[in-house]
Design a protein around this ligand. Sequence first.
Ligand code: MN
Length: 227
Amino acid sequence: MIFTLPPLPYATDALEPVMSRETIEYHYGKHLQTYIDNLNRLIAGTPYEEANLEEIILNADGPIFNNAAQAWNHTFFFNSLTPEHTEMPEKVRKAIERDFGSVETFKEKFQKAAVDLFGSGWAWLAKDKEGRLHILQEPNAGNPLKSGYKPLLTIDVWEHAYYIDYRNKRAVFAEKFWEIVNWNKVAERLECNCCCGGGKSKDVQKTEMSDEATADEDKDADEAKCR
Ligand code: MN
């Protein structure tokens, strides 16, 4: 499929002052667009031309994986944010308290994972197959789907994510990040039983399908909900 820039769910200046319009214009408008353009160019004439983004992430490596994962990670990241100050829904709070002790401890650990990650990458809140929550560090284009986790929230700590607004102060960015997290989106992802994070390859899934075309469409719609 030909991948296109996903819609930004708010105006480019809506996240100010935490994230400036200039940052969004570059980060969403240029960096994400470039990953998508690179991916379309790289998959042309390969079997990945027929695959969705999740299938490419689970099966590819090298430049195809890097650009597919960066397209997915950025879509997920921008969808995790909102200018409306959301409260953490009860289900999310309970899961966080169960697995980290308290919301404060979770936030401290998540920020530490973001700040301590050496070089470029992502810190994630993700759910394992038993439903337990984990904080994961992924360098470069890393994505928890690859190791069977379902992502719930992420912070991009590549320098392009914060350098315009915070210069070298990644820790300040990681602290301000909470002001724009869309907790309703995190709750939606926590409750969604879509197939993301199952670690299944395309071939495995296909053998389980009776009506391949319909199932493929359903699966694409289902997986897109995870982003
Ligand atoms: Mn980025």
